[in-house]
Design a binder for this molecule. Structure first.
Ligand code: ZN
Length: 326
């Protein structure tokens, strides 16, 4: 859809080094003033293009994710072979290490929610089952998107989750993943929320990458809107989740050198949604992050880089640390 919001980030996306922090903070301050229209733009995009995957597919008709009727990438879906990073040990996330029990996040619980599941594609009937997210019903889970060369979002989310887990454990946090390719599909989006709730998580972040049109670039963090319907009541988490999301957006931009989305969020890197079960049913502070657009070749070059994914995990970790340390 055509862009009707405030001016986009003036910087060349992914360009030369620049004083990102102060300028982005200023941008985020301005964002507060434009968040409502920005969110409206985002909502209109989703409303226009219909139901989509949990979190993904913003702003581009026909390029969204979440279609569960067929795999969108080749040679994935044969079990564990779909789980490895693209190539080489240097491109693979480190294996998880035990929490130290000491450090600035000692006693804190962080739940990481890697979006989708590498073998969802083999279980389309199960993941198409409708679940109640309070406001309405939607699919249990979706397959997620992929780059044009076949690197799947599910592999991306797990890799970033592993890197993020290691970083948070190094800070002393207790970390739990909602899935670690240790189940045939899902969990469903309602269960993903319940896992964070049951863990009494101090913060939850759901990791995704988007499936929008070519030319659409950059990251955005999705915040829970205020929802009270059925089993959903987000009123208590809207404020702290927004704070968590702002900190992650700032630190993600700093760490990766990437800019906020140029296609959703009005240049703020922040989008509020009320249609995501993973947010609607959460009772603890939670955000989603769409780390980039897998369907854009320039973003895909970043998303498929292990070095870049490490920077992404570092940025998310720093945002969580800032949030939890107050
Ligand atoms: Zn996703």
């Amino acid at each position: 859809m055509s862009y009707t919001g405030p001016p986009l980030d003036p910087f060349d996306p992914f360009g030369a080094p620049r004083p990102r922090r102060s300028l982005l903070r200023r941008g985020l301050t301005v964002a507060l003033a434009v968040l409502v229209p920005g969110a409206l733009v985002g909502w209109l995009a989703y409303a226009t293009f219909g139901p989509d995957g949990e979190g993904d597919g913003g702003g581009s008709a026909g390029a969204g994710t979440g279609t569960t009727t067929a795999p969108r990438w080749p040679n994935v879906g044969n079990g564990k072979s779909g789980l490895a990073a693209p190539s080489g040990s240097a491109d693979t996330a480190p294996s998880g290490s035990a929490s130290s029990g000491a450090g600035p996040l000692a006693g804190k619980v962080v739940v990481i929610d890697p979006g989708h599941n590498p073998t969802n594609v083999q279980h389309t009937a199960e993941i198409n089952r409708q679940v109640d997210i309070g406001t309405h019903s939607k699919e249990c889970d979706t397959t997620g998107t992929s780059t044009n060369s076949g690197y799947s979002e599910a592999r991306f989310t797990l890799d970033v989750a592993h890197r993020l887990r290691t970083l948070l454990q190094q800070q002393g946090a207790t970390v739990k993943l909602t899935q670690d390719a240790d189940r045939p599909y899902g969990p469903c989006v309602d269960e993903r929320a319940r896992i964070g709730n049951a863990a009494h998580a101090d913060a939850v972040v759901s990791i995704h990458a988007d499936g929008s049109g070519a030319g659409n670039r950059g990251f955005h963090v999705i915040l829970p809107g205020s929802v009270r319907a059925g089993a959903a009541d987000t009123r208590a988490i809207v404020g702290p989740s927004k704070e968590l999301g702002k900190l992650i957006a700032t630190d993600f931009a700093d760490s990766t050198g990437t800019s906020p989305s140029n296609y959703i969020g009005g240049g703020t890197g922040l989008v509020t949604r009320e249609d995501l079960g993973g947010l609607n049913l959460s009772t603890v502070p939670k955000v989603f992050i769409e780390c980039g657009n897998m369907r854009d070749s320039k973003d895909a070059a970043l998303l498929t880089s292990g070095a870049w994914r490490q920077k992404a995990a570092q940025g998310i970790s720093e945002g969580i640390v800032s949030f939890l340390r107050g």
